[in-house]
Design a binder for this molecule. Structure first.
Ligand code: GUN
Ligand code: FE
Length: 428
């Protein structure tokens, strides 16, 4: 038996907070303990009540929370972050597609996988859902490295058979067959989960969307991820390519892509009817705030979806995203909400990057909650890690101030440790 007690200020969420005063939405153990055993959380509570005779790692005075979850990221785009001067469609053609072409090479994909996972763990991210490149070799590298690190990871090969360089195109048949083979090989192997990933309407022919729909119907155990209504030029092109559809979302609807396992990246420029349909089908939008700033795409309206009962995830969208940090991403979501005359509260933001994303992914029984029986993926946060944080913390009055400072000023530097299945895993 492999067990350990982690001592620190333990914070876990029980449900979505309804504002800064909603203290019943979370538990804080000021001198708390997380008992991890064989990769799972055995117990959480006050350190004084923790079982005796077990080795203790003392993280006081740091905060211990569930590991962060990034619900939308691109594995092959680590080298095109901070690429200057383009909005979505130009950015894809100028930077993204050339970078993804290199992932046909297994050696390149493996080297990039090492860097990718190092960056996730450095930033406290213990689960992510990634788009790989069109090449099965990229999926192999992605899941093999995830397995090596023992992480719960979602992902899949992008399906794309038009409007991209020839080296990045599959066909309806190979998209289907390669994905099916990858599902058989990886879904449920260790902690890996496969996400069927038609890139977006612009890069798939109707025949390929048909094949994607068949794959999705045959694999209800898999997630589905794509991009939706990120950019106004993109929407116009999507509607031109699918003239029979009533709108962008309807393209995906027609091919059976919507449902509780569907993750719709960006989903910025939506009609009322589209928001209703997302809620009705139980689909989820994914807020990518730093990416939407970076590409000038627009402001995601979480409140409008929530008002209809739709729950949304939040994500970096690296390489268009401006940071690998889910703290920074939560801070950016605050800025987006401010532009909409709302103030996202720090408890809700922290819930979102942990339990909230786990709920959207349908994985809250396994990750994101710090509940006994769930997987011991945790992050240890030092709220005094940098001079600006230390200065701010001198005047912080409560947990709200501390969490907010971490969201606005924090990044990988505040991550003192990252635990994956109970094992300290932050790269040196
Ligand atoms: N839409 C289709 N592909 C992509 C991508 O790689 N990044 C972003 N931000 N949007 C996309
Ligand atoms: Fe994306």
């Amino acid at each position: 038996m492999d067990e350990r007690i982690l001592r620190g200020r333990v914070l876990r969420f029980l449900r979505r907070p309804e504002g800064v005063g909603d203290t019943a939405a979370f538990e804080l153990f000021d001198d708390g303990a997380v008992h991890v055993r064989d990769g799972l959380i055995a117990w959480v509570g006050d350190f004084a009540q923790a079982p005796a005779g077990i080795a203790v790692t003392d993280h006081r005075p740091h905060l211990i929370t569930a590991g962060f979850i990034d619900a939308h990221i691109h594995f092959p785009q680590g080298q095109i972050t901070a690429s200057w001067g383009a909005q979505l469609l130009d950015w894809l053609n100028t930077y993204t597609f050339p970078a993804e072409t290199a992932f046909a090479d297994p050696a390149h994909a493996a080297r990039m996988a090492t860097a990718f996972y190092d960056l996730l763990l450095r930033n406290g991210t213990t689960t992510a859902s990634a788009f790989c490149s069109v090449h099965p070799a990229s999926v192999e590298a992605y899941f093999a490295e995830g397995q090596k690190r023992g992480m719960r990871m979602l992902g899949g090969k992008v399906l794309m058979d038009r409007n991209a360089p020839a080296a990045l195109l599959d066909t309806p048949q190979t998209a289907h067959d390669d994905s099916a083979a990858l599902i058989a090989r990886w879904h449920g192997r260790g902690r890996a989960l496969y996400a069927i990933s038609p890139r977006f309407a612009l890069t798939s022919t109707p025949a390929q969307m048909e094949a994607a729909g068949a794959l999705i119907a045959a694999h209800p155990e898999c997630h589905v991820q794509t991009h939706l209504s990120e950019n106004t030029d993109e929407i116009a092109l999507a509607c031109a390519l699918y003239p029979e559809a009533r709108g962008y979302l309807d393209i995906y609807d027609r091919y059976g892509m919507l449902g509780p396992k569907a993750l719709l990246g960006h989903a910025i420029h939506l009609t009322e009817a589209e928001r209703d349909r997302i809620a009705e089908t139980g689909s989820h939008a994914v807020h990518c705030p730093t990416s939407n700033f970076f590409l000038g795409s627009g402001l995601f309206d979480e409140a409008a979806l929530a008002a209809r009962g739709a729950t949304s995830a939040i994500a970096t969208d690296i390489g268009a995203g401006m940071s690998w940090s889910m703290l920074r991403t939560g801070g950016a979501a605050y800025a987006v909400a401010q532009l909409q005359k709302r103030s996202l509260d720090p408890f809700t933001a922290f819930w979102w990057i942990t339990r909230g994303n786990a709920e959207v992914l349908g994985l809250a029984d396994r990750i994101g909650t710090l509940q006994p029986g769930s997987e011991a993926d945790l992050v240890v946060l030092n709220s005094h890690a940098t001079p600006d944080l230390a200065l701010r913390m001198e005047a912080a009055r409560d947990l709200k101030d501390e969490l907010f400072a971490l969201l606005i000023l924090g990044d990988d530097r505040v991550v003192a440790e990252t635990y994956v299945a109970g094992k300290a895993s932050k790269p040196a």
